[in-house]
Design a protein around this ligand. Structure first.
Ligand SMILES: [Ca+2]
Length: 136
């Protein structure tokens, strides 16, 4: 798991509860974002080189939106779309600046999200919790 996956799982569990975000939904919205932005860099190759110019909004994948999946197992609720946008936005410091520079939109076809926290997940999540909410 990468740091980005930890962040995704952290946001999903914080905002949606212990079950987090369904991996199938996360995969679907990432694929939609990729499809929307792949060509911006001039080559449709399954990769977004110009992530800063990709402004795909996960609200476009909310159920019943044009362009969203018609499959209720794949389209998002508005709350889930908010979580996905937050995951893509990446964590911010207390002054509002982004903690990691380089990905303006952290879309990755291999982006994973899991429903069961591993021990290392829990360690990283505890770290985020301290960083963003202050010690419990
Ligand atoms: Ca491309």
């Amino acid at each position: 798991m990468t740091m980005r996956s930890y962040w995704g799982n952290y946001v999903a569990r914080q905002e949606l509860g212990q079950n987090g975000l369904d991996p199938l939904k996360f995969q679907d919205v990432n694929q939609r974002a990729l499809a929307a932005c792949d060509g911006i860099d001039g080559i449709v190759d399954g990769m977004i080189q110009e992530t800063r110019r990709c402004h795909y909004d996960a609200n476009g994948a909310v159920c019943a939106q044009p362009g969203a999946s018609a499959d209720p197992l794949r389209c998002l609720t508005p709350a889930e779309a908010g979580v996905v946008n937050k995951i893509w936005d990446r964590p911010r410091n207390t002054d509002g600046s982004k903690m990691w520079v380089g990905w303006e939109l952290a879309i990755d076809q291999r982006a994973t999200i899991s429903r069961r926290a591993t021990q290392s997940d829990r360690t990283v999540l505890a770290m985020y919790r301290v960083r963003f909410s202050g010690p419990a």
